[in-house]
Write a protein that binds this ligand. Structure first.
Ligand code: AP5
Ligand code: MG
Length: 232
């Protein structure tokens, strides 16, 4: 059930909604809720890689050291994984992308993939948060090792200490949330992902939101924006 006071969607999503923003901007937090409210899949490439690492797959063993260094997994690995996922039936009414695309080649390839699907034009929403707030958020983030649910000392904590509300799994700190790795992740973002924001701006597919407000306020604005867009 949606939270009281939130705009309830009177229409299906029918598009790829792309959440952009620096590490810690709130992409995962918002993507999960929007996907739940619209009843479409939430596709997080970071979560997909963490699942591979947890399962000990070959892809996971290639991704793990790269993720822990704060750099990006090579495009061809990411693209293969996303292309396979988007082709599944449950993506037919739209989906929410979180952490993808992160490089220009990924953005260009995504356009080709989407061109083959009967969906409206993709929309990218960039969540804007300054770097100081990001470092604070990431330092206090905890994640469920089993289902990926996100918690934070400042925003949302589990009812029982270190136990996930959603699945009962253990809550841990992500290995790439150490301060030195966070700094590298921010540098990688500035170098490789900022051009993706400009890619969508040039194509008039970009909207920007102040991601520094509290979680509920950002969610309210994001849902209101999607509702307005549908009326146009
Ligand atoms: P990924 O998992 O995507 O990590 P990231 O982009 O660095 O993003 P984060 O998950 O840190 O931030 P978020 O924006 O989701 O914030 P969250 O909602 O959690 O990727 C990890 C790694 O995988 C990459 O470094 C790379 O190696 C690899 N990878 C993944 N995708 C790839 C790709 N496409 N290409 C190549 N490599 C790829 O929020 C953060 C914290 O803040 C939480 O504690 C939350 O509770 C809190 N919070 C959220 N919103 C608010 C708010 N409004 N106010 C206060 N607190 C808030
Ligand atoms: Mg995330």
């Amino acid at each position: 059930m949606a939270n009281p006071g939130l705009p309830v969607p009177a229409h299906p999503l029918l598009r790829a909604l792309i959440l952009l923003g620096a590490p810690g901007a709130g992409k995962g937090t918002q993507a999960k809720e929007v996907a739940r409210i619209y009843d479409v899949p939430h596709l997080s490439t970071g979560d997909m890689f963490r699942e591979h690492v947890a399962r000990g797959t070959e892809l996971g063993s290639r991704a793990k050291p790269i993720m822990e260094s704060g750099k990006l997994v090579p495009d061809e690995i990411v693209l293969g994984m996303v292309e396979e996922r988007v082709a599944r039936k449950d993506c037919a009414a739209g989906f929410v992308l979180d952490g993808f695309p992160r490089t220009l080649p990924q953005a260009e390839r995504l356009e080709e993939i989407l061109g083959r699907l009967p969906l409206r034009r993709a929309l990218a929403v960039n969540l804007l948060v300054d770097e100081e707030a990001i470092v604070r958020r990431i330092a206090s983030r905890r994640t469920c090792k089993s289902c990926g649910a996100i918690y934070s000392a400042g925003a949302k904590m589990p009812r029982v200490e270190a136990v996930c509300d959603a699945c009962g799994g253990p809550i841990v700190q992500r290995p790439d949330d150490r301060e030195d790795v966070v700094r590298q992740r921010l540098a990688t973002y500035n170098e490789q992902t900022r051009p993706v924001v400009e890619f969508y701006r040039r194509r008039s597919q970009l909207l920007e939101l102040d991601g520094s407000k509290d979680i509920a306020a950002v969610q309210h604005e994001l849902l209101a924006l999607l509702a307005r867009l549908h009326q146009q």
